[in-house]
Design a protein around this ligand. Structure first.
Ligand code: HPA
Length: 276
């Protein structure tokens, strides 16, 4: 178990969260204050990389959502910040160590599809790792998973199907598509976006894939939701900026937080009936 996991469990007097949520760029309001049990800054967790980007706070918050114990990561680190690959694996391994049964990853992303405009939400059905980066390169952490792990159900279908049903029950529109990861920090060129469209992408962003790889490695089921903040480069004529990402993510915030909370309210953890 990582030192950060021990510190977390000591601080929370062994309260184990069931569900973990990673909030993407520009998403800052998840818990109501009265539902928060503990807040721990990443600065107090020795194996956590410290986020350096505006819109990424850097704290773990444990709270209650519809009688489920939920841990929320406010802020994440990205490869373009220059962290070494194994360090990006640590926060996900801590979530596994402290007992989480499901991870929900959110991100801000650019749309590769004309019919998926800014403001849309997209559940990730699969990804294309176009970043040239893998957080598991290096010695394998045998206590977490095997050297070569399967990725054929990377965005856990049992939970993804529930998310789609719950969105539809609550009249929330939810696209489904393939997330492409680009390393950043620059936004893509129009030629790169055309290439990603040809190879089957639906949205593009600079995060999520490392976390999903590590979660699959340690058998932590994971699903992902992209908040579409812009059309990708070349699809619309406007220039891309991080400011636009933050603003558009904040417009979509109520929508994505409602979806997350509706999902947490109704989710069924019993996947013994899975048939895929
Ligand atoms: N490209 C990469 N990352 C992003 C984008 C984009 O268009 N929008 C938000 N994050």
């Amino acid at each position: 178990m990582l030192e950060s996991s021990k510190i977390f469990l000591n601080t929370t007097k062994n309260i184990q969260p069931e569900i973990a949520v990673i909030l993407g760029s520009g998403l800052t309001n998840f818990f109501d204050n009265e539902n928060i049990f503990y807040t721990i800054s990443y600065e107090n967790l020795p194996e956590f990389p410290q986020p350096t980007i505006k819109g990424h706070a850097g704290k773990l918050v444990l709270g209650n959502i519809h009688n489920h114990k939920v841990i929320c990561m406010y802020g994440r680190s990205h490869i373009y910040e220059g962290h070494s690959p194994p360090i990006l694996a640590n926060p996900i391994r801590v979530l596994k160590d402290i007992g989480c049964k499901l991870l929900i990853v959110t991100n801000a992303a650019g749309s590769l599809k004309q019919d998926m405009p800014p403001g849309s939400l997209m559940t990730i059905s699969d990804h294309i790792n176009w970043s040239g980066f893998n957080p598991l390169i290096g010695a394998n952490a045998e206590s977490y998973g095997p050297r070569f792990h399967d990725m054929s159900d990377a965005y856990h279908q049992f939970y993804r199907n529930q998310l789609i049903k719950i969105a539809s029950k609550n009249n929330q529109s939810l696209f489904e598509g393939v997330y492409c990861m680009y390393s950043g920090p620059n936004f893509e060129t129009p030629a790169e976006i055309k290439a990603l469209q040809v190879i089957g992408g639906s949205a593009v962003g600079m995060s999520t894939v490392p976390e999903v790889i590590v979660a699959n490695h340690c058998s932590l089921p994971v699903i992902g939701i992209s908040v579409i903040t812009n059309y990708a480069a070349g699809i619309s004529k406007t220039k891309l900026s991080h400011q636009e990402t933050l603003e558009q993510a904040s417009f979509a915030e109520d929508n994505v937080v409602n979806l997350l909370k509706n999902f947490i309210k109704d989710v069924n953890f019993d996947d013994t009936a899975r048939n895929n």
